[in-house]
Design a protein around this ligand. Structure first.
Ligand code: FAD
Length: 370
């Protein structure tokens, strides 16, 4: 069988790309798993981009209007009138995208693992047999541990973290996500509590499993109230190039992930549009240029992460005092953008009083962020 484009990996980003390409190209997707979903992922997606990307209402489990930020000793709340983020059922989202792609003519090869490229073809393992598929163009959308990236021989300079996420039964405010920043419990990352409903939330972090268990205790959630537990990984950094010959990387495989929050679904889908354009124009070299917004955000996120890792918990308490002030909350409530954290940081640092207070805590914060 011969295709114009073979997409390796039927995650949200690979399936999204399949939909974008279906009208103009003969497309196939190979997916290692026998069914969709199952990945450790909280499924928080910015509401504005969810709508803009045309993603389905049917996969939305809950709509979040705001966030409560907790440090070791204080907290503040950011609230908006309309939902800012959606909590999504990954399986439903991936399945919806795949079904639509099939209806548009895309071929799916489930339970099929990409092994390597051989003589310009993709060598695949499908249940017990080896098969080969030939395409003019290959896309590695096979996640953070991308086999395609390894086959391309690309360079990776990144920090890889293990992530844990559990669905826990308890009592939650369904309108607000909780963000807990306490480097004494977890020096690597923040904790999140994202409500699915009043009675269930997805609780997670990146770092050590021990930190995760300590947080459950502090948040007064019983490990025995966990009804689902998943582990996964994320990569913050740079993998390059994204195109080599007739092969491109997309989504987590290209590390198109926000190092601030570990969100990768929207950025991967953004870049899918850039890849479609480059393919249609026959100018693959333009693909990376078309993703400049995402590259800028990832670079900002990496700088932000360096600042975070350099702060003590006492510094974080002082940053909380600034961000929890009425002036900062007003800026965040009016201007914060779920997927454009650089814009949010700039809006805060444009206020002279806030800027002066942050410089006092650490000049490096301001220097590094801008
Ligand atoms: C704990 C945790 C929480 C997260 N929470 C969020 C969140 O709230 N919001 C958000 O936006 N992001 C979140 N992320 C990140 C998000 O999961 C990824 O950015 C997103 O899944 C990227 O989609 P993708 O399609 O590029 O890759 P994946 O979702 O990893 O999909 C890759 C697909 O390729 C398949 N595959 C892999 N290897 C092969 C192979 N050799 N052959 C064939 N198929 C293969 C896999 O089975 C998989 O289906 C989280 C990640 C973790 C670990």
């Amino acid at each position: 069988m011969r295709y114009d484009v073979l997409i390796i990996g039927g995650g949200p980003v690979g399936n999204y790309l399949a939909n974008l390409l279906a009208r103009d190209f003969k497309v196939a997707v190979v997916e290692r798993k026998g069914s969709f979903g199952g990945k450790a992922c909280t499924g928080i997606i910015g509401a504005e981009n969810y709508e803009r990307l045309g993603l389905p209402e049917s996969a939305v489990l809950n709509k979040l209007r705001g966030a409560v930020f907790y440090s070791r000793i204080q907290s503040f709340e950011i609230e908006r009138k309309s939902p800012q983020a959606y909590l999504v059922d990954r399986k439903a989202l991936e399945r919806w995208l795949a079904e639509r792609a099939v209806k548009k003519g895309v071929d799916y090869y489930m339970s099929t693992t990409f092994l390597a490229f051989r003589d310009g073809r993709a060598l695949l393992q499908r249940l017990g047999e080896r098969i080969e598929i030939e395409a003019d163009f290959y896309v590695g959308a096979d996640g953070v541990d991308s086999t395609v990236a390894k086959a391309m021989g690309v360079q990776t300079k990144a920090e890889f973290l293990s992530g844990y996420e559990a669905e826990v039964v308890g009592e939650f405010n369904p309108d607000f996500v909780e963000v807990w920043v306490n480097r004494e419990i977890n020096p690597e990352f923040f904790f999140w509590v994202a409500p699915v409903s009043e009675g269930v939330a997805r609780v997670g972090t990146f770092g050590s499993l021990d930190s995760f268990h300590r947080f459950l205790k502090i948040r007064m959630l019983k490990p025995t109230s966990i009804v689902e537990f998943k582990a996964g990984s994320v990569g913050f950094g740079v993998r390059k190039p994204w195109v080599s010959g007739n092969v491109a990387l997309l989504g987590d495989a290209a590390l198109q992930i926000k190092p601030t929050t570990a969100g990768g679904i929207v950025y991967g889908m953004y870049c899918a549009h850039a890849l479609r354009k480059a393919l249609l124009d026959g100018k693959l070299q333009d693909y990376e240029k078309g993703c400049s917004f995402v590259k800028k955000q990832v670079n900002f996120g990496l700088r932000f992460r360096r600042v975070f890792l350099g702060l003590s918990q006492d510094d974080i308490e002082r940053v909380f005092e600034v961000l929890g002030s009425p002036e900062a909350r007003e800026v965040i409530e009016e201007q914060a953008d779920f997927d454009d954290h650089l814009r949010t940081a700039k809006a805060i640092l444009k206020r002279p009083k806030l800027l002066a207070r942050l410089i006092k805590i650490s000049p490096a914060i301001v220097r590094t962020l801008l």
